[in-house]
Design a protein around this ligand. Structure first.
Ligand SMILES: CC(C)(COP(=O)(O)OP(=O)(O)OC[C@H]1O[C@@H](n2cnc3c(N)ncnc32)[C@H](O)[C@@H]1OP(=O)(O)O)[C@@H](O)C(=O)NCCC(=O)NCCS
Length: 150
């Protein structure tokens, strides 16, 4: 198993993982746009195939986890925690002092993961996630302090 940086030209493979992890996964073009945009970076875990990735943005001293996806067949093996910890280091290296994310209030797995990684819940965005015909879901805003940049 290998954890490495991923790049815009790999967006198709990342979109494949995203589509297996989320109903209504993101298009490769959307992932490439974020990855190639200001401060975008991604980290990938692969064996023979890509299994999991995290996509982040670090701009002006603040970083954000934009998405995190683990193939359902590879869950509960510590991949997400390894990616969050690696992204924390990368965000710090990019000069960020805080790392933010939004997570659906009913996503117990992700909230448990982020709490384990040391994030604190700092806010709530009502109706943040469009769920089509279902009522929109609230987002919990979570923050990890990375300390002063070097
Ligand atoms: C949430 C997700 C990323 C977790 O990935 P994972 O690789 O299975 O997580 P890890 O194995 O690293 O788990 C680390 C910790 O997170 C928590 N956790 C993970 N999955 C959990 C679950 N299903 N229920 C409760 N807690 C869970 C646990 O504290 C776990 O530690 P433990 O295994 O020692 O109990 C994965 O389930 C996923 O891709 N879900 C769909 C997409 C998603 O929700 N992404 C995050 C939103 S931005």
């Amino acid at each position: 198993m290998r954890l490495r940086g991923a790049w815009g030209h790999e967006a198709d493979a990342l979109a494949g993982v995203h589509g297996r992890a989320f109903s209504g996964g993101w298009a490769a073009s959307e992932i490439a746009g974020l990855l190639d945009g200001p401060g975008g970076f991604a980290l990938l875990i692969e064996e023979a195939e890509p299994l999991a990735f995290i996509l982040c943005r670090a701009v002006a001293g603040e970083a954000e986890i934009l998405t995190l996806a683990v193939d359902p067949a590879a869950r509960r093996r510590g991949l997400a925690l390894a990616l969050v910890e690696a992204a924390t280091g990368a965000a710090r290296m990019a000069g960020a002092q805080t790392l933010f994310l939004e997570v659906a209030h009913d996503n117990a797995a992700a909230r448990g993961l982020y709490a384990k990684a040391g994030f604190q819940e700092v806010g709530l965005r009502r109706g943040y996630y469009d769920r089509g015909p279902n009522p929109p879901a609230n987002a919990v805003v979570m923050r990890l302090d990375l300390g002063p940049s070097a």
